[in-house]
Design a protein around this ligand. Structure first.
Ligand SMILES: Nc1nc2c(ncn2[C@@H]2O[C@H](COP(=O)(O)OP(=O)(O)OP(=O)(O)O)[C@@H](O)[C@H]2O)c(=O)[nH]1
Ligand SMILES: [Mg+2]
Length: 453
């Protein structure tokens, strides 16, 4: 028989209530031994999904007044019999109740073990199980929306449909080989066309996965420019607090500073960096190397200029360098507009957008934020998808399998080999849903969960 697990499900600390969960064949039996209902009843006989008021007693000691919920398998979160005890939110009470539940035969749950049991009992597939952790850890509204749609099974549905399609093709292929007189054989070119279609779908999933990563980790916005143009001042106004040191001395910022803001429900990470110019010393050099590293990772580059000065050769070179990166949005931010403007922007291409601000006086910051929002919303045309490293690997594997099978078809005209490729693709898709996935991978996925979930 399976063992019974227990854990505190609420964060440790003082709170209004605390929750302890028990799941497994002994869950209700253990609850019966430690819980004295106010109105006499047998917890084994109460209907599922009911709440009971009473006291926890152990060895004649009164521990707490609680509410206790009973859920009967298979209609519970884990699919097993479950009990949740709602105590007063005292860490001492919670620890005490946990201890007596363990004394009565339960063992402490591992991280994510409740959800893992839900998965192993077939309540949810692996993608859905994972989404539960993503819901808990979502750092922005958009992340939460994606995680919720994954829990609803939207991602699983797409993978399952793809798998069904591949399976159908394989069966069709096998039939045409086994019963050539009854089943019409597809032309080689027809197979290649179908395989390319599947590949397109897989590539789209990978692209959505990249988008999902971006939403989860946040859009990265980097402030670059020569020293003293006001990058740190701009960083502070965007963060609405004085985080970065601002001085009139060029080269004030040596290391980079990271800050987070939310725009329209999206997480945005802003990086203030060391100005890029000819390094004066080793610290400058290190700072600039770091700036370059962040530049590579960034999605949006704010090229900050001092509007009260003419642009320098150095800035022109720097701008050329920035434009050599692909897939990055570049915005010109002309700062210090409170001073007389001397800057001539004719050097910059027309299609690069410009925003005029005074970081020191908080002028134009809202316009800059609007521009950032516009960019992110325009990017939103592709919906994001949360995929973990294993899922991405499976998708890449599928992509390679398709490439190989197309190559084999083209070179050898061997349609019968195709069957084993289709079979492997089918299995990889099944792995994503957790149908035959190794327990190692399952354990790794649940390692990131909280205890009690
Ligand atoms: N008049 C005016 N001065 C500004 C404005 N923004 C920044 N400054 C001043 O410009 C100087 C440099 O500002 P910082 O924000 O430290 O510039 P930085 O680009 O971070 O400089 P480094 O870290 O040295 O690369 C400071 O004296 C700021 O007060 C502005 O909008 N108007
Ligand atoms: Mg600075």
């Amino acid at each position: 028989m399976k063992d019974t697990i227990t854990a505190i499900a609420t964060p440790l600390g003082y709170s209004a209530i605390g929750i302890i969960r028990i799941s497994g064949p002994q869950a209700i039996g253990i609850a019966k031994k430690i819980f004295l209902p106010i109105r006499e009843k047998d917890l084994e006989k109460v209907p599922s999904h009911t709440l009971h008021y009473g006291r926890i007693y152990y060895n004649d000691e009164f521990i707490d007044e609680v509410l206790l919920a009973v859920y009967k398998g298979p209609n519970s979160y884990t699919g097993e019999d479950m009990v949740e005890i709602f105590t007063h939110g005292s860490p001492i009470i919670l620890e005490e109740v946990l201890k007596i539940i363990i004394n009565e035969g339960a063992r402490i749950a591992e991280k994510g073990e409740f959800t893992k049991r839900a998965f192993l009992n077939g309540k949810i597939d692996l993608l859905q199980a994972e989404s539960i952790n993503e819901i808990i850890r979502a750092e922005s509204k958009t992340s939460l929306r994606i995680a919720l749609s994954k829990l609803e099974g939207d991602t699983s549905k797409r993978i399952r449909e793809l798998k069904d399609r591949v399976e159908f093709l394989r069966v069709q292929l096998e039939a045409s080989i086994d019963f050539p007189e009854d089943v019409e054989e597809k032309e080689k070119s027809e197979w290649i066309r179908i395989l390319e279609e599947i590949k397109k779908e897989v590539e789209e999933l990978l692209l959505k996965g990249e988008k999902g990563d971006l939403i989860k980790e946040g859009y990265k916005v980097i402030l670059v420019g020569k020293p003293n143009v006001g990058k740190s001042s701009l960083f502070n106004s965007l963060m609405r607090e004085d985080r970065a040191i601002v001085t009139p001395i060029p080269g004030t910022t040596r290391d980079y500073i990271e800050g987070e803001i939310y725009l329209s429900g999206y997480l945005i990470k802003i990086y203030d960096t060391a100005g890029l110019s000819i390094p004066r010393d080793i610290l400058d050099k290190l700072g600039m190397e770091k700036t370059k590293k962040i530049l590579e990772k960034s999605n949006i580059i704010l090229f900050v200029l001092d509007g009260s000065l003419e642009i320098t050769e150095e800035e022109k070179n720097l701008f050329q360098g920035i434009m050599s990166y692909e897939n990055k949005k570049v915005l010109l931010v002309i700062n210090k507009i409170d001073l007389p403007l001397k800057i001539d922007l004719s050097f910059f291409p027309e299609n690069i957008e410009r925003v005029y601000v005074s970081a020191k006086n908080n002028i134009g910051i809202d316009r800059l934020e609007e521009k950032l929002k516009e960019y992110i919303i325009a990017e939103e045309s592709i919906d994001g998808l949360f995929l973990n490293i294993y899922h991405k690997e499976e998708l890449k594997k599928i992509n390679n399998l398709i490439d190989e099978s197309i190559k084999t078809l083209k070179n050898f005209n061997a349609i019968d080999i195709l069957g084993s490729f289709l079979y492997d693709i089918e299995r990889s898709l099944g792995n994503m849903l957790g149908e035959e996935v190794s327990l190692d991978i399952v354990d790794k996925i649940f390692e990131n969960f909280c205890v009690g979930k």
